[in-house]
Design a protein around this ligand. Structure first.
Ligand code: 3AM
Length: 480
């Protein structure tokens, strides 16, 4: 922590004035990233680091925050020293040497602002105690109280562009809205921080009126209870390979989904950046996708929109945990993903969906088809069905016509190709279930299995149980 170590104790008023002059001549590039407005107290003291500028505005004061860190308390080394001039004695005695720190990493406006409570009697944000040594995110207009919630000392102004404009109060009350992570078919995704815990999440803003005009509104939308029910189901799903839904806010125009933040980005980007994935990595990823789909299918949930864009990676490492996202999302938008796909090129959609124009009640087997396409894409960096192959992709899909054209297939095992052939069977009845896929010979790979289980942090018992299912013959099992 950068703190003043210059031994400036006992600075006199004249010294303070000198340094005040220095403050005025700070280099032009200094970024003022925030401002503290004194509320009930009058801030007169100049901190010994004097790196902020005090501006008098009518009866109150404001302090510009332009260093990475700003400290306040009774101690002489604070940026803001609270003295008897500022506070009545009974309050000052409750102020710690360093009462709180406010920090913005590298002074960058794109980073969140943290406030850390270092006091025994507490620093409060909007009447809530932060707690000794704990941190929280400071948002624009947050009120900071010292030692007691009623002792409101400052209002914080965040000088970065306000990213929260237009978002519902339920969201902005709880989350600090940060940079855009990307935008997908359903809408914008932003990085957000839960202010109390400082935990990062990805917030997906799904506009309900996407592609209106040709849209067929689903009955779910007019039924708030149904929406709430769906949201509840999604929030209750917990599996290491399924993106956790932390929070969901349903509004007439949009649904706000607060999801686990996945630092490694999506599988589509990973495949594009590497051109294709090795068979070993493809298997590790595919196995995890299958585990996620099994978990969903066992609970009666069909994903319906499996594609590399909806598969997220935990880290940038090659061996990483992978999570499936966006399941059930189609229930919240007027035009579900399948219908949207029909407007564009249907890359991952099963033939039965295409032949009925998305109207038929299709089964879980649509996910098996999509998983087959995803596996094909991982192993070769190409698509099995594409308008570029001479006939429209939809026609190729309906006939189940594809080939292992790319030279990369020469390096891929026959077992992997056999599995793809089975998953891309046009008749859904003949396509394997997720359990059958998980039992296929290609996935009977103990090394991959143990790696995946480690990444999934499944408990030891479960590992042993499934490991035993894999190792054949049973007499060769290693005893522990
Ligand atoms: O726009 P791109 O493709 O860079 O990776 C996802 C995609 O990025 C990202 O948001 C974009 C639209 O889907 N994204 C989606 N969910 C995410 C999550 N839970 C996510 N990034 C991190 N964590």
């Amino acid at each position: 922590m950068a703190r003043d170590t210059q031994g400036t104790q006992g600075a006199t008023q004249s010294q303070a004035s000198n340094i005040w002059t220095q403050v005025e001549s700070q280099p032009m590039e200094t970024v003022i990233w925030g401002r503290l407005y004194g509320k009930n107290i009058k801030i007169k003291s100049l901190g010994t680091r004097r790196k902020y500028k005090i501006i008098y505005t009518n009866s109150s004061l404001s302090i510009d925050l332009n260093n990475e860190e700003f400290t306040a308390g009774r101690g002489e080394s604070n940026d803001l020293i609270l003295t008897l001039n500022d506070l009545p004695e009974k309050i000052l005695t409750r102020i710690s040497k360093v009462h709180f720190i406010i920090k913005r990493d590298n002074c960058e406006l794109t980073n969140p602002v943290y406030i850390q409570d270092l006091s025994r009697n507490g620093t409060f944000v909007n009447n809530e105690k932060i707690g000794m040594n704990k941190k929280r995110i400071l948002k624009n207009d947050d009120i900071i109280s010292l030692s007691h919630p009623t002792y409101k000392a400052f209002v914080f102004k965040d000088l970065s562009p306000n990213e929260a404009i237009g978002l519902p109060e339920e969201i902005t009350r709880t989350y600090y809205i940060n940079r855009k992570l990307g935008s997908g078919a359903y809408g914008l995704v932003r990085l957000v921080y839960e202010t109390r815990t400082c935990e990062q999440f990805a917030m997906k803003i799904v506009k309900k009126n996407m592609l209106t005009g040709s849209a067929q509104p689903t009955s779910n939308l007019s039924d708030p209870e149904r929406v709430l029910n769906e949201a509840k189901i999604m929030k209750n799903l917990t599996h290491p390979c399924v993106v956790r839904m932390h929070d969901i806010v349903d509004k007439p125009d949009s649904v706000y989904m607060v999801l686990e933040f996945m630092r490694g980005g999506d599988l589509l980007h990973r495949i594009i950046s590497k051109k294709l994935l090795s068979e070993e990595t493809s298997k590790l990823y595919f196995y995890q996708m299958c585990q996620a789909v099994k978990y969903l299918h066992d609970r009666g949930i069909t994903h319906r929109d499996l594609k590399p864009d909806n598969v997220l990676l935990e880290s940038n490492d090659e061996d990483t945990l992978l999570k499936v996202s966006d399941f059930g999302l189609s229930k919240f938008v007027q035009k579900d993903s399948v219908m949207r796909t029909l407007c564009g090129t249907p890359l991952y959609v099963a033939p039965e969906v295409l032949s009925t124009g998305g109207r038929a009640a299709y089964t879980k087997k649509v996910d098996i088809w999509s998983l087959g396409v995803v596996l094909f894409t991982c192993l070769s960096g190409t698509l099995p069905f594409s308008d570029e192959y001479g006939t429209p992709a939809a026609e190729q899909i309906k006939r189940g016509k594809f080939a292992f054209r790319h030279p990369a297939w020469k390096m891929v095992s026959q077992r992997a190709k056999t599995l793809i052939n089975q998953m891309l069977i046009v008749d859904p009845e003949k396509r394997p279930s997720i359990d059958a896929v998980l039992q296929c010979s290609w996935l009977r790979d103990n090394e991959m299995f143990l790696k995946a289980r480690r990444l999934m942090k499944l408990d030891h018992m479960e590992i042993e149980e499934e490991e035993n299912n894999f190792l054949e013959p049973p007499t060769k099992r290693s005893r522990r």
